[in-house]
Design a protein around this ligand. Sequence first.
Ligand SMILES: Nc1ncnc2c1ncn2[C@@H]1O[C@H](COP(=O)(O)OP(=O)(O)OP(=O)(O)O)[C@@H](O)[C@H]1O
Length: 600
Amino acid sequence: MKEKKKSDVSVLLDYAGSHKGLTFLGLTLSAVSMVLSMAPYICIWLAARDLIAVAPDWTQARGVARYGWISFAFAFAGILLYFAGLMCTHLAAFRTASNIRKQGVAHVMKAPLGYFDANASGLIRGRLDAAASDTETLLAHNLADIVGTIVLFIAMVILMFVFDWRMGIACLLAAVISVASMFTMMGGKNAKIMAEYQTAQDRMTKAGTEYVRGIPVVKIFQQTVYSFKSFQKAIEDYSAKAEHYQANVCRIPQSINLTFTEGAFVFLVPAALFLAPNALKHGTFAGFVTDFAFYAVFSAIISTALARIMFASSGVMLAGTALGRINRVMEAPSLKIPAHPQTPHSNKVEFQDVSFTYDGAESAALTHVSFTAEPGQTIALVGPSGGGKTTAASLIPRFWDVTSGSVKIGGVDVKNMDPHVLMDQVAFVFQNNRLFKASILENVRAARPDASREQVRAALMAAQCQDILNKLPDGLDTMIGTEGTYLSGGEQQRIALARAILKDAPIVVLDEATAFADPENEVLIQKAFSTLTKGRTVIMIAHRLSTVVGADKIIVLNKGCISEEGSHNELLTSDGLYARMWADYNKAVQWRISSEKEAR
Ligand SMILES: Nc1ncnc2c1ncn2[C@@H]1O[C@H](COP(=O)(O)OP(=O)(O)OP(=O)(O)O)[C@@H](O)[C@H]1O
């Protein structure tokens, strides 16, 4: 049997968990308060009827004051229940929104790290935050208003038809036209247009963020916003989608709605005139006027109710698109966790016939790559740009999972290891070191939260960071990135090396990027490297060939394949790609030395 598709609201209510009942309680209270809110209108009508009946001797109308009190009591009770209902729906809405945020973050945490390359964490957070707040409005206000108004409508229809079904129809006709015009805005083609409009808004926000990030480049090259084609296109696209949405979805229904909401009694006067002769024949003029007053008063409630529905229905649409955004976060792929994790027997790292293609890429980034790093060995990955070095290194911590073949640590496929054990086994130092806006202590301690201050200090010393600590005002407790405390690229890298040293993992994956370091920094970084790599299995991505001369094995990756492998001397003898790269590298070094000499 085909499974019935759940409505957006019930999917959202599932996020409320144990607070779902509170939402229903809030909705019930809101519905009851709406029914009670009709009482003052009925009392006004009853008072008007009594007054008209005894006119012009008003003193005869003894019940009027009583109606006033009853009306007050019902209005007061209605307001109290409405507030109690709102308290319930608000509590449930806050919990639902926080559950959405928590579940979204928890789900994304299970995604492979590579997922964050294509989905910036800021964007995911922004998407979740905005979607959660949109649902908050629906669950806290809109839903209660919709349920309450529907109940109010039903009660009104019953009441009106009990009095005079013809006047009832006249009264409701305007309402039906209004509601029908509004419903044409929802669902089908219009929901698609609304979703496109929201997506265009998302895209513009994303492109705006990229533009702000790229402002330095724009300024340096004296460009204008128009040089940021994607941002310009996103703005134009958003503007077109917004106009399309206004023109095709909103304009006509909202005009009809406004006309009939404000003029809910347009059909009432003709109906009254039509029914007047017969009514006057069987009753008094006073009775006829009173009945007309009843419907005139109720048409005012219809206007209020319609305005409420109109406001609330936009909340439903907004929540529908918000749910779409939440679903996109929830669709993030999860890292497959083994049911029976295996423990590695050693620190050997093996690539066995590994091929890997990025999602959506036309060609493979790695093809049939096999190599082994024995425990304690240093393996250098070298090769032209785009050869696959970073990709190969990223497969060890499961940034991505191999397309075919296997990556093993100590004889166990990384896919069969407990992810926590995998992370404990391997320390990473990437080019983009990602220091947080926090103290140096906290930055280094991120690798091992239970480490003492002394252990952190020792790791910093081993990573040659003495000079950094000496020059900073608060030493270990200096906040990085605030009040002018900024570190150079080389200094940041040494802090990141301290973090890896503190982690004390038996396997180290290192993206050696000293290109931006000055000679002094470079010497210190090299010393920190040798401390970090001593006695460990090291996979090193090398950009500068001087650092790989001492490696146990050099793997030359070109266009995703291993084109050569061996020690430095072996590769020079075989006179292939590596030998050419080495010659080029030496030429570049010679050129630098001679230009520096000339400059002096
Ligand atoms: N996230 C990604 N999505 C799709 N393709 C990618 C992605 N990252 C890298 N690639 C592609 O995979 C191939 C290998 O890239 P990789 O970054 O591993 O090379 P590399 O040898 O580390 O290069 P470099 O020395 O310039 O850092 C390249 O063709 C690259 O365009």
